[in-house]
Write a protein of this length. Sequence first.
Length: 321
Amino acid sequence: MTANEHWSNYWLTSQVSACGDGMLYDDQLGIKWKHFFSQVKSPFRLLDLGTGNGYIARLAADEAEKKCIEFHITGIEYADLSFKELIAYINSKGGEFKGHALTDMSSISFLEDKYDIVTSQFSFEYSDWKETINAIDDKLNVDGILVLAIHIKTGAYYQGATHEIMLAEYFLNKVNLIKFVRNTIIENKLTLNSVSNEILQEKIDHMISVGQSYFRRIKLDLNLNSYPNFITNIFEVTSSIILNLRNIDESFVILKLDELEASLNFHTERLNNLIDGAFSIENIETLKAELRTKGFNNIIVEEVRREIDQNAISWFVQAKK
């Protein structure tokens, strides 16, 4: 899967297919961004890498409108997203927006403009970021500023994604159970005409026992005291499939199982890609060193925490030439 396909699918699974229609959240990270843009007093050109739902571009436009300053924004996005709504939003705030979809943020040499500000939220870390720094350096004006929000490797997002992967694997095990049952049905030619209900029930009990072994390790890993209802339900559905085999369209069952398996595999791949990109402290130190080689001397790195539990969720990086 290419990066363009990955991020296009990412936004589609998030039910966002256009820049400009995501919510403007107001958490601690949002406050950081708003404070930054509130300090911008003069006309500016902004390059936003990984525009996504247009969150950063819209915040910049809102603050620029308040101060009645001229601004131009260029958005770079891996995914196949439409910029129509974002263009309308930026125009309504008195600015101009140009968007480039299906574009690698490290391959922006085609841009003719130089920029006063380069931003990226939860995108920079998923690029070949050393190459992206080179690209940024080429497009940033003297005295320009780079601002990044980067996922923290051990933060709440990382932990949540790890948990989701375990759940995806959990569901994959369910798919494997159903396929096991289905294959057993075919191999043993189990129908109501060939075996008695008593023998059939014995087969069902055996299959359920085998199925439970699939989940035992996951159950312990997730520290579950009992199986969730959907596990109980899947056993009931499996039994129903066996008892009503004559009425089951086999091609339909196979299709649905394959679709579910493909979906779960994609979900797991997506989460693994996101986790792999998150930054550790070592990554941050390497980033700072790379920025210094490009003439960035004023580098500030802060942890952004959640108000409720104070878990660090991201790094907020500002670097000025």
